[in-house]
Design a protein around this ligand. Structure first.
Ligand SMILES: [Cu+2]
Length: 105
């Protein structure tokens, strides 16, 4: 689970939730990983990598709109995946983190 909670006094862009959910198992490939943050992002300086259990990247591009970043992943075979994200929020603060999810297990 996430460590730390965004408060009014500490309003950096931290991960609010993701689809697939952090640590979850989904029945089939999600097609994309969507990250919802607590603050709006600067698209140029925000990104994420998705890697399979062998460490190979499976992400195929990103789009950022407001506080939501979507990472296309195409059709993922069953397995474990890790998502490592870094963002710059509009208040100029950088944050980063990672989480995992599973497909088909
Ligand atoms: Cu901040």
């Amino acid at each position: 689970m996430l460590i730390g909670v965004a408060t009014a006094a500490n309003a950096h862009a931290t991960l609010d939730h993701a689809v697939p959910a952090v640590g979850s198992t989904v029945a089939s490939s999600p097609g994309k990983v969507t990250l919802h943050f607590t603050e709006a992002l600067e698209p140029k300086f925000s990104g994420a990598e998705v890697r399979n259990a062998s460490g190979a990247r499976v992400d195929k591009g990103k789009s950022v709109h407001g506080n939501v970043m979507s990472i296309s992943v195409g059709s993922l075979p069953a397995g474990s995946y890790s998502v490592t994200w870094h963002v710059l929020s509009v208040d100029t603060h950088k944050t980063q983190g990672s989480f995992g999810f599973n497909v088909g297990r």
